[in-house]
Design a binder for this molecule. Structure first.
Ligand code: AHM
Ligand code: MG
Length: 284
């Protein structure tokens, strides 16, 4: 039996799909900052807290879940005695709300205590709050895209990375990039079309739709880059690999990275095999 059949990950996907319209309905009036900062020092928005509260209640409350960890909280919470651990970036790219640009939610489901490696994942999913609310959910059996309607109905289709890449999106400021990454970027720019939203979920969703590569590289003064290993890199790598793509931190699949701490960061590259191979050759 596959791992995804042995553990009740469908309950997690159902709870996330139920949470999504509620999170989205809470955006209005919550784009402003609170007085608080999260564990990695980002100023928290009211919308970050609202999304975390909803997800903590809905996902942390499932019988199958024993641990819940959020990008918005310092420590792992023990929430029950179930076998699954959940990592959540409640509102990825939440600063986009001020400009009415997309944001997302990222969820990892592990059969091991947190912090946990990508190889401990049994499922992962993201929700994209764009013009439509969509969810891409992955298990070891593959990835599925769902359109989530306000009445909770879900239409599904397989999520498969197209063979021919079309788009790219790279984070950070060009002067902060390393010489090696700049070399990689120049080659990719010659071949593909720039699409960058400032929300990784939206940018990776475009890569899954059109083919291509998303990267947030290590920077000159911050070699691990910006994005968080547990909450962002590992779950998104699992989804892209389940959809037929590849991932790397520059030298190895992000699924082989074993975080020592909950809030550490990593360079991240996600997309078509050939573009990830090229990144490993040029930036490692
Ligand atoms: P957040 O989870 O704190 O909102 O930050 C993560 C976001 C990613 O969604 C996105 O890829 C990145 O930050 C954008 O950063 P930058 O503005 O430096 O390109
Ligand atoms: Mg994020």
């Amino acid at each position: 039996m596959m791992m995804s059949d042995a553990v009740p990950v469908a309950d997690v996907f159902d709870a996330l799909a139920a949470a999504a319209p509620e999170i989205r309905a809470g955006f209005a009036g919550r784009a402003g900052e609170t007085d608080d900062r999260n564990a990695t020092g980002d100023r928290q928005l009211h919308a970050d807290i609202h999304a975390d509260d909803i997800l903590r209640a809905r996902l942390g409350g499932l019988d199958a879940v024993g641990q819940y960890a959020s990008e918005e909280a310092e420590d792992v919470s023990d929430v029950g005695s179930g076998p699954l651990s959940i990592s959540v970036d409640p509102l990825d790219g939440s600063s986009n709300l001020s400009a009415n640009n997309p944001t997302g939610t990222i969820v990892g489901v592990y059969d091991a205590p947190l912090p946990a490696a990508g190889r401990d994942l049994v499922a992962a999913a993201y929700v994209l709050y764009g013009p439509l609310t969509t969810m891409v959910a992955a298990t070891d059996d593959g990835a599925t895209r769902y359109a989530i309607t306000s009445d909770g109905r879900r239409d599904d289709e397989p999520a498969v990375l197209p063979d021919d890449p079309t788009v790219y999106g790279f984070g950070g400021r060009v002067p902060d990039w390393t010489a090696a990454f700049t070399d990689y970027a120049r080659r990719v720019e010659d071949e593909l079309k720039l699409r960058y939203s400032g929300a990784m979920v939206a940018d990776v969703n475009q890569v899954l739709t059109y083919g291509g590569v998303f990267a947030y590289p290590g920077l000159r003064d911050r070699p691990t880059g910006k994005l968080r290993t547990q909450f962002e890199a590992i779950p998104m790598a699992y989804i892209v690999e389940a959809a037929g793509g590849a991932s790397t931190d520059g030298t190895r699949s992000l699924l082989d990275v074993e975080p020592d701490t909950l809030h550490e960061r990593t360079p991240i590259y996600l997309g078509n095999d050939a573009l990830i191979d090229r990144a490993e050759r040029i930036v490692s």
